[in-house]
Design a protein around this ligand. Structure first.
Ligand code: ZN
Length: 123
């Protein structure tokens, strides 16, 4: 029987988080490649449209771009997390090398750093 401290993930938690990560990756890939909601004629027509229409159209595009950037970041972090699982170092903080709390991994399975380092980053 191997001694497992309370603050590390056990096998079944790891399996579950791996599934969450894999599903997240599929979801992001599906949304980023499956839908292209921008009409091709938008650029031509908006020049003739009234200002209100132009403004809201620009905002929508802007929001979509922002979402895509966030998705891309999460996707990359998700890939990295899966690689760390393969190497058996998943759940270790990239910055300080300490174990990341399981509760944090459950909330954000693709996180790279522990809560202390995260707080230092944003401080
Ligand atoms: Zn840390």
């Amino acid at each position: 029987m191997v001694f497992m401290p309370d603050n590390t993930l056990d096998e079944s938690q790891l399996e579950r988080l791996k599934e969450v990560l894999l599903k997240r990756r599929v979801d992001i890939l599906a949304t980023s490649t499956g839908t292209r909601p921008l009409p091709a004629s938008a650029d031509v027509n908006s020049r003739q449209g009234d200002l209100a229409d132009q403004a809201s159209g620009t905002n929508e595009v802007h929001i979509q771009l922002k979402l895509k950037q966030t998705d891309a970041k999460i996707l990359q972090a998700t890939e990295e997390a899966l690689q760390r699982m393969e190497r058996g170092i998943y759940g270790i903080c990239r910055d300080c090398g300490e174990v990341i709390a399981p509760a944090r991994l459950e909330a954000i399975p693709w996180t790279r750093v522990c809560i202390e380092c995260k707080q230092k980053q944003s401080a």
